[in-house]
Design a protein around this ligand. Structure first.
Ligand SMILES: Cc1cc2nc3c(=O)[nH]c(=O)nc-3n(C[C@H](O)[C@H](O)[C@H](O)COP(=O)(O)O)c2cc1C
Length: 314
């Protein structure tokens, strides 16, 4: 007996707050966004990236094209993200210095913001931080960020009813609903940019089959490619209750006969062992073309969550 699930692609969002205050309202917006993704926006995973350890931008700290370790780690997080969520307080009608500092570090060559979809939200007094958003959007033009236009999200933190508690947590339900709409818009825009037909590899469906007999999971990934595929790596991460259980790598060409000719393909990924019914499996596939330098042509990430025991019958 088996259970089949269609899987939505997962997008990974890096979330940055321009405020370093412990009880920052803007950082509180990001915590609320993270909670929303867990409760009611499937297919999106937000990681909060702390920008406070970054040194002040100074190109003397760059040695032979490398950056201080904390800057390298930050740049890597941005590079790996599918899209960016900024919470941008308004400081003197503009973005805050910590946020500008982070923007500048990640803009150093190679500019790791390039071509990423983004959204900006803000809260504060007056216009709810709105003026910082327009400066951030302007900076984004040069950084090659693609901001969603709608819906806009500004929130006056000081007008009744109460918006934040003493720890800076968002407590206003109407604001949470508006925030959810921003996340849905960012998700849709990110998927649109990823799947606009310009990528040589298009995935049409991902199916998971849980085999009751041995509690193993098989995946079938169907898609098409306009380029010959000559290599790839499949990374499988398994987590239970936020604890990382294991990660494994598989050689794509051990599972499909390489080179894979242009046209339709089916990638079988058999016998991934989930160990427990309540588990989160994240699969990332890097695919390379057949040129000598193995050009990276596609990266797909998706996530499967099992909230309860396997829904299998018979
Ligand atoms: C240096 C500085 C400049 C500020 N300038 C503005 C401003 O131009 N307009 C505004 O509405 N609020 C301004 N504020 C107020 C902050 O935007 C407000 O306190 C906001 O809540 C800060 O965000 P946080 O709660 O995430 O720290 C300023 C605050 C600071 C520290």
């Amino acid at each position: 007996m088996e259970a089949v699930t269609a899987i939505k692609p997962l997008i990974r969002v890096a979330a940055l707050s321009g405020s370093l205050r412990k009880t920052s309202f803007n950082t509180g917006l990001l915590r609320a966004a993270i909670d929303l993704t867990k409760e009611s926006v499937p297919g999106i995973q937000i990681e909060y990236i702390d920008i406070s350890p970054l040194p002040l931008i100074n190109t003397d700290l760059e040695v032979n094209g490398t950056y201080p370790p904390v800057v390298e780690a930050f740049r890597q997080k941005i590079l790996e993200a599918d899209s960016i969520l900024f919470a941008s307080p308004e400081y003197n009608f503009s973005v805050s210095a910590p946020l500008k500092n982070a923007l500048d570090w990640a803009s150093r060559p190679p500019n790791v913001w390039a071509d990423k979809p983004a959204a900006v939200i803000s809260t504060g007094g007056g216009f709810g931080g709105g003026r910082s958003q327009y400066h951030l959007r302007q900076i984004g033009v040069f950084l090659d960020l693609h901001f969603i236009n709608k819906p806009e999200f500004t929130l006056n933190a000081f007008q009744p009813p109460q918006k934040f508690d003493a720890e800076g947590n968002l407590v206003d339900e109407a604001a949470k609903e508006r925030l959810k709409q921003v996340l849905l818009s960012l998700q849709a825009f990110t998927l649109r940019l990823q799947g606009d037909g310009s990528s040589p590899v298009q995935v049409t469906s991902v199916e998971e089959i849980v085999l009751k007999d041995n509690n193993k999971a098989n995946f079938t990934i169907s898609g098409s490619t306009s380029k010959s595929i000559n290599g790839g790596v499949i990374h499988v991460d398994v987590e239970i209750d936020m604890t990382h259980l294991f990660n494994e790598k598989y050689d794509l060409c051990a599972l499909m006969a390489c080179p894979v000719a242009p046209g339709a393909f089916v990638l079988p990924l058999d016998n991934i062992v989930p160990f427990y019914p309540m588990v989160k499996i994240r699969v990332r596939i890097d695919i390379f073309d057949d040129s000598k330098d193995s050009n990276h042509i596609m990266c797909l990430t998706f996530e499967i969550k099992r909230e309860s025991s396997f829904a299998v019958s018979g």
